[in-house]
Design a protein around this ligand. Structure first.
Ligand code: G3P
Ligand code: CA
Length: 228
């Protein structure tokens, strides 16, 4: 049985504050095959790496991330010690050491994500297959597909695999990213027979990881990628 790809969730969220350069470095140190991050567009047009739509949970700031300039966001501290990184800073840190799964979390993120992917494939030797762009937001995925048909796409779902696959067909997605609770052996097999990779999330528990491996998933996204 092939080993599934080890993908660090928001870097290595179980060890270092999520979606920070330090968390991403920790994931690299743990020898991941890939890293998943979340991106939002900030008010000045840069893509920043952060999960929530608002700043309260993890920073000393308040309000919507989309309404803040990059300068304002850079002045904030995540859990008192880290900074919010830009997508470009993350790309420079990873520097092709592993695959990058960019989850388009915020509205209007598709265009900038495509631009960054194009820049790094054209000028920094990244391969298009070093990227997977995923989202729950079908409009963002459709926009990526319309801008650049070569970018590998994945449809995220936490509720309905059938609607994910019917949408996936329309954008020629390479992968389905289902919540692990949606999976069983035959669902994984059917998805793979239909030509999709199956990368599941967020699997932290040792028994759950072992179960996903028996299903033969292609990748596991975990806060503790060293457990995979
Ligand atoms: O990409 C997998 C997973 O990160 C999706 O859910 O809420 O952790 O971004 P969330
Ligand atoms: Ca995510």
């Amino acid at each position: 049985m092939n080993q599934p790809l080890k993908i660090g969730h928001r870097g290595a969220k179980g060890y270092v504050a999520e979606n920070t350069l330090e968390s991403i470095q920790k994931a690299l140190d743990l020898g991941v095959d890939g890293i998943e991050i979340d991106v939002h567009l900030c008010q000045t047009g840069e893509l920043v790496v952060y999960h929530d739509f608002t700043l309260e949970r993890l920073t000393d700031g308040t309000g919507e991330i989309a309404m803040k300039s990059l300068e304002e966001l850079k002045a904030l501290k995540i859990v008192g010690q880290f900074k919010i990184p830009t997508l470009l800073e993350v790309l420079d840190l990873i520097d092709k050491k592993c695959m990058l799964n960019i989850e388009l979390k915020g509205e209007g993120t598709a265009f900038e994500a495509c631009k960054s992917i194009q820049l790094y494939t054209e000028t920094k030797d990244w391969k298009i297959d070093d990227f997977i762009v995923s989202s729950f937001n079908h409009d963002e995925l459709k926009s990526v597909y319309n801008i650049n048909k070569n970018i590998p796409l994945a449809v995220l779902t936490e509720s309905d695999i059938e609607s994910a696959t019917s949408f996936a067909e329309s954008i020629k997605a390479k992968a389905i990213h289902p919540h692990c609770f949606l999976l069983d052996q035959s669902t994984v097999q059917q998805l793979q027979e239909s030509g999709y990779k199956v990368n599941t999330w967020t699997v932290n528990d040792i028994e759950a990881i072992a179960l996903m491996k028996t299903y033969g998933v292609d990748g596991i996204i975990s806060d503790y990628p060293d457990r995979l």
